[in-house]
Design a protein around this ligand. Sequence first.
Ligand SMILES: Nc1ncnc2c1ncn2[C@@H]1O[C@H](COP(=O)(O)OP(=O)(O)OP(=O)(O)O)[C@@H](O)[C@H]1O
Length: 266
Amino acid sequence: MIAELWKGMQRTLWDRPLKAGNLVHERYLVQEVLGMGSYGITYLALDRHTDEIIVLKQLRNTKAKTTAGLLSFQRESQILGALQKHPVPKLLNTFQNEQGHFIAMEWIKGDTFEDLIFRDNQTYNEKESIAILLELLSITDRFHKNGIIHRDLRIPNIIYRDKKLIVIDFGLACYLTDTNLEIEDPHDHPEKIRMRAVQVESDLFALGHFALFLLYSSYVPQAKKELSWEEELDISLSFKNVLRKMLQLDEPFHSASDVQKALRTI
Ligand SMILES: Nc1ncnc2c1ncn2[C@@H]1O[C@H](COP(=O)(O)OP(=O)(O)OP(=O)(O)O)[C@@H](O)[C@H]1O
């Protein structure tokens, strides 16, 4: 208990985010904090060399003291670098100085699906959800063919910009050969454990959940008691069957292209 409290205190003291107006690497002027994740702190910053607003990601100082933290940050920039031909933020810079470890990347100015669904009340029917899913599967398939899995394909990590999808946040991404990654917390929710397994199926599982978020956007509750998604969602049986396989309720798909093939027959 005391150890936990001390850990919390350390995080608050050591991981204080940089303030707006701080200059990093004599170049990046911090504008605001975008978010504080478990490993990193993300800022919007002005690049004084290009006069563009960029995203600056800083490894938490408490994580920079651990091998796992350092490795995960290195992996994130390496993977982002390896995927530059794909719809992901441009990797602009990586550096380390007395302020910490940083990755500078393109700011994808658009709406995440979390914004679209929960802020803008955007709704998606079966046909629209399948079209989005097919585009995402094609992006994911190319990641997998590069030996990379994202492991966090959730609605806040997919941005819609200029009618195209862009995948962000490679903080949990890894290579399919990274079999010795730190073991997940066994107390984690089983769904989280399934999304994190080092296998292609994890991304397909996450995309199954992503699809449910899209479909639930147009759901109007009818019954008083909560039913299963299969009972609640008014979608075709063939789409339900594809989703059941993605969600590993039936014999799962083993590749994104197999899911695409199945979706195209609906
Ligand atoms: N390149 C980017 N362009 C636009 N927004 C971004 C970019 N990278 C991150 N963001 C946004 O910044 C916020 C923080 O992102 P971050 O990647 O740190 O994820 P997080 O959800 O805070 O934490 P975690 O790393 O634990 O998932 C999120 O709202 C995300 O949408």
